[in-house]
Design a protein around this ligand. Structure first.
Ligand code: WT7
Length: 663
């Protein structure tokens, strides 16, 4: 820690200085060693676009070299490196072993009860091969979708890489999702294989995960073979039914077996990831082998400054895209040591993350604003208990970070010695799109930064024209990029409809990608992301569709109609507010409220649990009968409502407002 922070006078001065300073330069010590430190990279990428993306592809080993960088003949179904072939598991494992780095730690895993496991690249090579052979024996063929419904155990990345090795795309379903959510995704992908786990620890308790998986399987409309990882041993005994296999038995039976990595076309699917959109149906986002892997390797190199000798830690869950790209594929493609933590940041105490940073001497920490806001609330005393001087770089992702939280992270975790990268991206983009390069750009807390080199992101108005600096508009991406989703699984129409707009004039046809975020841009091209402009909520960095939650609520007997909006929340960012109209013959009651909460947990999972359930006789509607969600949001946040006279039923507003305030 610098001297400023040790005496209380200095502390006050520093606070004042940080409050005023709106720009921060990357520390010299960081710049000197950064993977990317020359600002000419922006120009180089611009002049050489799209061939600049060879820089990303060059980070990988290809079986068959590609000739075409970008094929845009069927836009917006773009293809990248399409005549090349490669295997993702080979790139994440074998080549590091071949390079003589077999004894380096690939994965360091920390269980919630402080157990630890380390897999060297050699260990990973052995177990991925053995499990890949076992999967083949079970009948998994190239292009079969394998569903992984697992908590944060090492067998999750191992299973992902085993699938990649035999060319079977995986579809990971976040372990916190419900049985229903699992069944929906398995049915949608016709997935005939499930890898799951008996259970895991949450705040010291053993949770039964297999029970949820079994419940989900009852609603799957085809036969499924299941593999179960035994995480809990005697703590929770489980029974293997028909078509179910124990993970360890399978791996043990294949001891020493190897399988050649399957040569995949660059455009072959590496995985599917379901995410929430505006309708009730989750969307299966398709990512490919060549473009995706190049893109996450490149952004891990350029933005996360990953070096093979680092201990790198992204404290997300692999069940979300952040974990796919920046716990598993990006870091392992670069041959670094990636850290995995099973539990929550406040167990056994609120310094758990800092204990892990100290224990493993973590170089880079990548986490979410919701976590940072919780740390801030808990206070500096927790990080102060630990030596965090190993940290070189900090990152955040998932939602906008307010300058106060940014500065707290910068000061109390990074000791003003680490750049902070605020990275904007999405499940669909595969990897980071807007962020500062930590060894190049000035940081402006609250603003993610400029688009990455080679990325053309803009802010436009409703007509598609760029807005003036400082004005709010819609974020767009005006050029394709290698990590982009290729389509929505078995739904090309929805892919084009939901994300792309074609602008044509006499000279050109241009396809523009709409991420559905609002944003502002400043004179330096720095983009401040304001949040979703569609009916998608961001609760603790988790993306939830309001329609999905509404249909769960309407499924509860006694509910006639429901509208779900996001209300501001100090730690979660947004919280679920549900406005509910009861059916004739039903009254508002604590029991019904409870049933609604359970209904949502069963349909989606505890992450979607409504913070408030507000019973109301009517919902505010426009004259054409549309629910005025914005108004419900303003009521939830106790904002000024402005003119409500254009509503079909303006009288209802006062009633709802009174209810929210009395709750
Ligand atoms: C949405 C995507 C990216 C992986 C985790 C979330 C919001 C994400 C930022 C950021 C402001 C952000 C956007 C985006 N978002 N990162 N740095 N600043 N907003 O992936 O579940 O697909 O959600 O998260 O609204 O559209 P996701």
């Amino acid at each position: 820690m610098s001297d400023d922070t040790t005496d209380s006078n200095g502390e006050v001065e520093l606070e004042a200085r940080l409050a005023e300073q709106e720009e921060f330069e990357p520390p010299e010590s960081f710049v000197e060693q950064a993977n990317v430190s020359d600002e000419s990279i922006y120009e180089e990428f611009e002049e050489d676009w799209p061939d600049c993306w060879e820089r990303a592809a060059d980070l990988l080993d290809w079986d068959e070299e590609y000739d075409t960088v970008l094929d845009d003949s069927d836009a917006p179904f773009y293809e990248w490196f399409s005549d090349g072939t490669l295997n993702a598991s080979y790139n994440c494992i074998d080549r590091h072993v071949e390079a003589g780095r077999k004894n380096q730690a690939a994965i360091r895993w920390e269980g919630e009860l402080e157990e630890t496991r380390t897999y060297t690249y050699q260990d990973l090579y052995r177990e991925v091969n053995e499990f890949a052979v076992a999967l083949r024996d079970l009948g998994v063929e190239e292009d079969d979708v394998v569903t992984l419904y697992m908590p944060m155990v090492p067998e999750l990345p191992i299973a992902m890489l085993a699938c990649a090795r035999i060319g079977a795309p995986h579809s990971v379903v976040f372990a916190g999702f419900s049985a229903d959510a699992l069944a929906t995704r398995m049915n949608s992908a016709d997935s005939e294989f499930l890898i799951t786990c008996d259970g895991y620890y949450r705040r010291g308790d053993a949770l039964n995960h297999k029970q949820k998986a079994d419940e989900g399987l009852r609603d799957v409309d085809h036969e499924v073979q299941t593999v179960i990882v035994d995480r809990l041993g005697d703590e929770l005994t489980h029974f293997l039914g028909d078509d179910a296999y124990d993970y360890d038995d399978l791996v043990d039976a294949q001891q020493g077996e190897r399988v050649d990595p399957v040569e995949r076309d660059a455009e072959d699917m590496l995985f599917l990831m379901y995410t929430s959109g505006t309708t009730g149906e989750p969307k299966g986002v398709k990512h490919t082998t060549g473009g995706y892997l190049s893109y996450v390797a490149w952004t891990s190199h350029a933005v996360l400054d990953v070096k093979p000798e680092d201990t790198y830690w992204c404290a997300a869950d692999i069940g979300w895209i952040t974990g796919h790209s920046y716990i598993v594929y990006g870091p392992l493609a670069l041959g670094t040591t990636t850290t995995m933590y099973e539990g929550t940041p406040d167990y056994p105490d609120k310094d758990r993350l800092w204990e892990i940073v100290e224990k493993y001497a973590v170089d880079t920490l990548y986490t979410a604003p919701t976590a940072i806001r919780a740390f801030m609330k808990w206070g500096e005393k927790y990080p102060e208990r630990h030596d965090l001087s190993s940290l070189r770089l900090l990152g955040t992702v998932g939602e906008p970070i307010n300058p106060r939280a940014w500065k707290w992270y910068y000061k109390h975790i990074g000791s003003e010695n680490c750049p902070v990268v605020d990275t904007w991206w999405q499940t669909e983009t595969g990897g980071m799109m807007i962020t500062t390069l930590p060894g190049v750009n000035t940081m402006k807390p609250g603003s993610a930064g400029p688009p990455l080199p080679g990325v053309d992101a803009r802010v436009v108005d409703a007509e598609g024209d760029e807005v003036e600096a400082g004005e709010a508009g819609y974020l767009t991406v005006n050029r394709p990029w290698p990590g982009m989703l290729r389509t929505l699984y078995r739904n090309d129409d929805r892919f084009v409809q939901e994300y792309w707009t074609e602008y044509s004039d006499e000279d050109s046809d241009e396809w523009v990608y709409f991420p559905e975020d609002g944003a502002k841009i400043d004179d330096d091209d720095y983009i401040t992301v304001l949040g979703r402009v569609d009916d998608v909520l961001n609760v603790s960095g988790h993306r939830l569709g309001t329609m999905e939650i509404e249909s769960a609520i309407v499924g509860v007997p006694g509910v006639a109609e429901a509208a779900v909006v996001g209300g501001d929340h100090e730690v979660k960012g947004e919280a679920v507010y549900a406005y509910v109209i009861t059916e004739d013959g039903y009254e508002e009651s604590e029991e019904l409220r409870q049933k609604i909460v359970e209904g949502v947990e069963d349909a989606i999972g505890p992450i979607a649990r409504p913070e408030e359930v507000i019973f109301t006789p009517e919902l505010p509607k426009t004259r054409s009968g549309k629910i005025m969600r914005r108004l419900l949001e303003d009521i939830a946040n106790e904002n000024d409502l402005g003119d409500t006279s254009t509503l079909r039923n303006p009288g209802v507003v006062d009633d709802i407002q009174a209810k929210v305030q009395s709750d």
